[in-house]
Every structure is written in C-alpha cells, then in structure tokens.
Design a protein around this ligand. Structure first.
Ligand code: NAP
Length: 286
C-alpha cells in the first residue's frame, strides 16, 4: 500500500481504545488509492471519556471525518449536530463527517451486515433469526433485521438483563430475550433459519470459547450460520456448522461494506462495492 500525500490531502482516521488492531487503515487507504481520492486515513488512539476533546481537535486540525470503535460509539451521539436514521436507532455512531464546523453522525454497521446477507441471497423479511450476544454489534444487527421485516429475532445472551434491554428497544415486539445456557440455546435454535454470532467468542486474541456446540444440532436443515468475526476467517462455530452441513458466512463482507458506506459518507460519492470486496478481501485473509 503506497499513499501519496499532497498539501491538499484531506485527513480521515479511526479512533478507539484499543485501536491498534484495527483493519480500517489498510482497508480505507487501499480504497482511496484505487479510487484516486485525495485523502489519507490514519489510526488515532483516543482514551475512553475523551471523545469530546477529540472532536474539537479533529475540527481544529481540519479532519474531513473519522470512524469510531469501542468505547466511543455511544459517547459521540450527543456530540453530533445531526444523526442519520440508523445512528439514532442504535444510539451509536461509527462514522462522523465534519463539514463547515458541523459534525454529522452515521452508523454503517447494520447496513453492512444486511448487505452481506443479501449477497448470500438471504432477504431477512419474514425469516426467523437467532442472535448470540446483546452488545453493540448485536444491537445494530437485531434492529436492522427487525426494520427489514424479520419475522422474529431471539436474542440469547450471557447477561440476561442486556438481552432484555436490547429487546425492549424493539417497537414491534418481534425480538425475544433468552438465556445462553445449553437448553435455552437449543430451544432458540429449533426455530431459527439464520443464526448470527454477535459475541466475541472465538475471536483471535479472545481466550473464551463456546463450551459446546450441541445447540447447532437443533438448527433446522438448511439454516445458515453467520459469525460477525472475521479473524480468524473460520471460527470454530463456523467450522462446526459447516461440518453439520450448514451454509456459513464470516464477518469480512460486513466489515468491508460498512467501510465502503463510511467512505461514501466521507467523500460524498457513490462507490461500487463489488470491486472493493474483491480488492479488500485478501487484506483480511492474511
Ligand atoms: P460488545 O459490545 O463488547 O458485546 C460483546 C458481546 O459478547 C456481549 O453480548 C457479551 O455478553 C458477549 N460475550 C463476551 N464474552 C462472553 C463469554 N465469555 N461468554 C458469553 N458471551 C460473551 O462487542 P461488540 O462490539 O458487540 O462486538 C461483538 C463481536 O462482533 C466482536 O467479535 C467484534 O469483532 C464483532 N464485530 C464485527 C464487525 C464486522 O464488521 N464484521 C462489526 C462489529 C463487531 P454480556 O452482555 O454478557 O457481556
């Protein structure tokens, strides 16, 4: 990856804490270079509780925008001059555009997952989902699925209060909280057409793993199993699901789509996503 810098080059970055593991820098700079856009994308550690200071600094330094990851997504919400529909729905911002001293907050996570699912020929409308986890990613995925007409979303989570709080945000009553013990998982799996792991279990660098995968045996034949994790490319959950004959999808396409959508916001241009998927997938496989 070679980045050409000029006096006119506009600055973008990702903020977070921790952030050094982020793939955003190579993904965005590769896209910017391929599209011939005069921007550079940096990696900026910002400690928890300092989103407001960062926002002032970014405006002062003339940043065109930035992405946000843990722990800033919720903290940025009240700091925005305007929020798009998804950022308002999730109560979280992952993309900030800075124009004329104003901050515009977006959230591309749910759209990213939705598009990766549609690419697999799976339209959420009328389907029954089982989500594992009730954190920030689960919130974006669950609310987007319900918005798109999912018939039901069961949210199984280790901490029951987190699942209950997430489901309480659903105005349609189609989201149902459940436990994370074997029995609850098996019961929820019985009716699910698509299972989505939104926990960090199985992620590179995270020691915790699923204690057993027998809940996969309760899935109907033909059910699809997704994992939002993209490193490793095949988690143990996906390997166990594939072994049982289920179609699987990891989180790489979601990550790329949400980056493409963010870059569209930053640069106010339409970007063809398909060539970007082909270009960026190898960066996530290494
Ligand atoms: P988060 O807000 O911290 O939520 C983590 C979730 O995992 C919570 O539901 C938590 O349950 C659960 N969990 C953690 N450790 C557990 C354990 N030992 N046993 C059972 N459950 C456990 O994180 P997040 O931002 O939602 O991210 C979740 C995953 O999605 C991460 O792996 C992240 O990399 C991935 N992700 C991928 C993309 C993409 O573009 N592909 C985008 C966003 C996130 P409790 O509520 O009980 O704590």
């Amino acid at each position: 990856m070679k980045v050409e810098l000029r006096n006119t080059t506009k600055k973008l970055c990702v903020i977070g804490d921790p952030v050094m593991h982020s793939k955003s820098l190579p993904l965005h700079n590769t896209m910017l270079q391929a599209l011939g856009l005069d921007y550079v994308y940096l990696c900026q550690p910002v400690p928890a509780g300092q989103a407001a200071q960062w926002l002032s600094a970014a405006k002062f330094c003339g940043y065109a925008g930035f992405n946000a990851t843990i722990p800033h997504k919720q903290a940025l919400v009240p700091l925005m001059d305007s929020l798009d529909e998804d950022a308002r729905m999730y109560g979280a911002v992952n993309t900030v555009c800075l124009r004329d001293g104003r901050a515009y907050g977006h959230n591309t996570d749910g759209r990213g997952f939705l598009q990766s699912l549609l690419d697999q020929g799976v339209d959420p409308a009328g389907r029954r989902f089982l989500l594992l986890g009730a954190g920030g990613a689960a919130r974006a995925v669950a609310l987007k699925l319900v918005q798109q007409g999912a018939a039901g979303v069961t949210v199984c989570n280790r901490t029951p209060e987190h699942a209950a709080a997430l489901c309480a945000q659903d105005p349609t009553g189609r989201m149902v909280p459940a436990g994370f013990d074997r029995e609850s998982l098996c019961r929820a799996a019985e009716g699910a057409e698509v299972l989505v792991n939104c926990t960090s279990l199985g992620m590179t660098g995270v020691e915790a793993q699923f204690s057993d995968f027998s809940f996969l045996d309760a899935l109907p034949e033909g059910a699809m199993v997704c994992d939002l994790i993209y490193a490793p490319a095949q988690t143990r959950l996906l390997a166990e699901a594939a072994r049982r004959g289920h179609r699987t999808m990891n989180g790489a396409a979601m990550l790329i789509y949400q980056a493409v959508f963010a870059l569209e916001h930053f640069t106010d241009t339409h970007i063809e996503a398909r060539p970007m998927l082909d270009l960026l997938r190898p960066l996530l496989e290494g």
